[in-house]
Design a protein around this ligand. Structure first.
Ligand code: ADP
Ligand code: MG
Ligand code: MG
Length: 250
């Protein structure tokens, strides 16, 4: 589904990703872990098409298409979605309008008609309930005055409505209490499916007790230096990252 090959990325003149390789198949959940500053957020931002990153060599393909040739909106419409891809705060734009506009843009890209209003309301209400959010949320401006936990829930709500083929979620557990984290994890788990991939960027293992990944990768200094299954995340939790760095240097 997604194939990243020997990716080199520069930010403001310094090389952040230094030959990164990653393949995500349909139906797979991949966790990307690693110390602060390793380049985890850079990778998801580059895949999503955010500004400010220069790809100096390597390739990214998604379902056979050259991602680097696609505009940011095209990527989202192709089903490649980063949480909070949409602006963090949009003053005056109600949450529900953004959701509807994003969903209709996706449908238009597939040659489908706009979603009928009653169908949309039914869908959104179901997902809002699933995320244990108050319906009044939908009428508030996007992320305006949202707490950290509300932003995270809203990020997952967006994913549940848009059902991307590949969902990329960056540090969705940060700042959440345990109950909120379980709701967020349930939301992510409900996205799992045979035809879908998930890239979960996380610094801590805790989230992976609730969203058990099929593959775990450790990113250190711009490269994936170790890959394994869920056990690797547990090993990192008890041993830290230093041993991986030392092993990879040896
Ligand atoms: P991680 O998510 O693994 O903590 P990041 O991808 O956020 O790491 O950052 C990797 C490195 O790139 C860091 O050294 C960071 O300071 C640098 N970096 C990331 N984004 C920018 C930016 N917009 N401008 C300058 N440096 C950046
Ligand atoms: Mg290289
Ligand atoms: Mg980060």
């Amino acid at each position: 589904m997604l194939e990243v090959k020997d990716l080199h990325v520069t930010v403001e003149g310094s090389e952040i990703l230094k030959g990164l390789n990653l393949t995500i198949g349909a139906g797979e959940v991949h966790a990307l872990m690693g110390p602060n500053g390793a380049g985890k957020s850079t990778l998801s931002a580059v895949i999503a098409g955010k500004d400010g990153y220069e790809v100096t060599s390597g390739s990214i393909t998604f379902e056979g298409r050259d991602v680097l040739e696609m505009e940011i909106e095209e990527r989202a419409q192709a089903g490649l979605l980063l949480g909070f891809q949409y602006p963090v705060e949009i003053p005056g734009v109600k949450n529900i309008y953004l959701l509807k506009a994003a969903l209709n843009a996706q449908r238009a890209a597939r040659g489908e008609d706009e979603i009928p209003a009653p169908e949309f309301m039914k869908l959104v209400k179901e997902k809002v309930g699933f995320m244990k959010m108050d319906a009044s949320f939908l009428q508030r401006a996007v992320n305006e005055g949202f707490s950290g936990g509300e932003k995270k829930r809203n990020e997952i709500l967006q994913m549940l409505v848009l059902q991307p083929k590949l969902a990329m979620l960056d540090e969705i557990d940060s700042g959440l209490d345990i109950d909120a984290m379980k709701v967020v994890a349930d939301g992510v788990n409900s996205l799992r499916g045979e035809d879908k991939g998930i890239l979960l960027v996380t610094h801590y293992q805790r989230l992976l007790d609730y969203i058990v990944p099929d593959h775990v990768h450790v990113l250190v200094d711009g490269r994936i230096v170790k890959s394994g299954d869920a056990d690797l995340a547990r090993e990192l939790e008890s041993r830290g990252y230093d041993w991986v760095v030392e092993d990879s240097a040896a």
